[in-house]
Ligand binder design. Structure first.
Ligand SMILES: *Cc1c(COP(=O)(O)O)cnc(C)c1O
Length: 345
């Protein structure tokens, strides 16, 4: 049983079927010069209720790095949370793709940045010796599994806008945020001041597909060239497109995210009742951070339960996914209760 992340899963049936259908529909022009890829932009425009420019890629790292490269010059500074994936888990790809932009990690409680912190951090010196303020990057849902409310995003983007920054959102788990907030996707993106979104697919049921969605078409002008130069212009693009078609059809993306979130709630509610175990962050999406006595962690791992133990500030992380079953959560809870009883005895 594996709660290490939501990318331990396979692809969901809707996505696989769409890929099979696309595969069987005969030859198509490569590099996105096919009707389906040309239509996916309008389709995503419908999802966000505005005109968008879209680039499909196969990893979240590529999506983030391409989006940021489009939003910042090589001498730009990109403000982000100190726990951000772009800062800790992308091996310098945003810096590489942008030709050397500098990430500026900032602290903030529960994985979230606060407007006042951003306001204080922005370097307004204009000094030729410093990287120049260029972009803000927010993660939704956050690396702590928490969520920015629309008003919190607006407060941050207002500060950003005031300082001339473009705004990027890392939405590797965007679906989980929309599902949990029960908002329109527009409410936490362009309507709240976000210029470009990395719209995640892989963790929520795609094989390997993420969409960079630009809400201001002028910012996407060079993005196609950046994508080609970084090796992410797929010749069989229609098979990435098909993944997004399957993902979006009948709101599969939201259905899967709602399920993953519900599994996390079930897990968190169970864990909270076990003596000696405490939740570390509020559980708002599909990630549960909890502190376990070390003996309990060891017993669980010895039984084959996989998760990142003591990953952050002593808290272990458990992630649920579109494919997590009730019985899996309940088996984990049963084993945890037994291990806690034994440890207390
Ligand atoms: C998983 C993840 C990504 C993308 O990771 P890849 O391994 O490059 O697909 C980006 N941001 C966050 C917050 C993630 O959790």
């Amino acid at each position: 049983m594996n709660f290490a992340s939501d990318n331990v899963t396979g692809a969901c049936p809707e996505v696989l079927q769409a890929v099979i259908d696309a595969n069987e529909s005969g030859p198509r022009m490569p590099y996105g010069n096919d009707a389906a890829t040309q239509a996916i932009e309008a389709r995503l425009g419908d999802v966000f209720d505005t005109e968008v420019k879209v680039l499909l890629v196969a990893t979240g790292t590529a999506a983030n790095s391409l989006a940021l490269a489009a939003l910042t010059p090589p001498w730009g500074a990109v403000y982000c949370h100190e726990e951000a994936h772009i800062q800790n888990s992308e091996c310098g790809a945003p810096e590489l793709f942008s030709g050397g932009a500098k990430l500026m990690p900032l602290a903030g409680p529960q994985g979230k940045l606060e407007a006042a912190t951003l306001e204080a951090a922005i370097d307004r010196s204009g000094s030729v010796h410093h990287s120049q303020p260029a972009a803000l990057s927010l993660t939704q849902s956050t690396e702590a599994g928490t969520l920015y409310r629309p008003a919190e995003i607006s407060a941050l983007t207002q500060v950003a806008r005031g300082a001339g920054l473009h705004v990027h959102m890392d939405g590797a788990r965007f679906a989980n945020a929309v599902a949990a907030l029960q908002c329109h996707p527009a409410d936490i993106t362009w309507k709240a001041g976000v210029d470009a979104l990395s719209f995640g697919g892989t963790k929520n049921g795609c094989l390997a597909a993420e969409a960079v969605v630009f809400f201001r078409p002028e910012l996407a002008e060079n993005a196609a060239f950046l994508r080609k130069r970084t090796g992410h212009l797929f010749s069989k693009m229609r098979l990435l497109t098909a993944q997004f078609e399957g993902y979006l059809t009948d709101d599969a993306w939201l259905r899967h995210a709602r399920h993953a979130n519900a599994m996390a709630t079930r897990l968190a509610e169970g864990l909270e009742k076990v003596p000696g175990i405490a939740l570390h962050y509020p559980v708002e999406s599909n990630q549960v951070f909890a502190r376990f006595p070390r003996a309990v962690t060891q017993k669980l791992q010895a039984q084959g339960f996989q998760f990142y133990a003591e990953m952050h500030e002593g808290a272990s992380r458990l992630v649920t996914a579109w494919s997590t079953r009730d019985e899996e959560v309940d088996a984990f809870l049963d084993a945890t209760r037994a291990a806690a009883d034994e440890a207390a005895a």
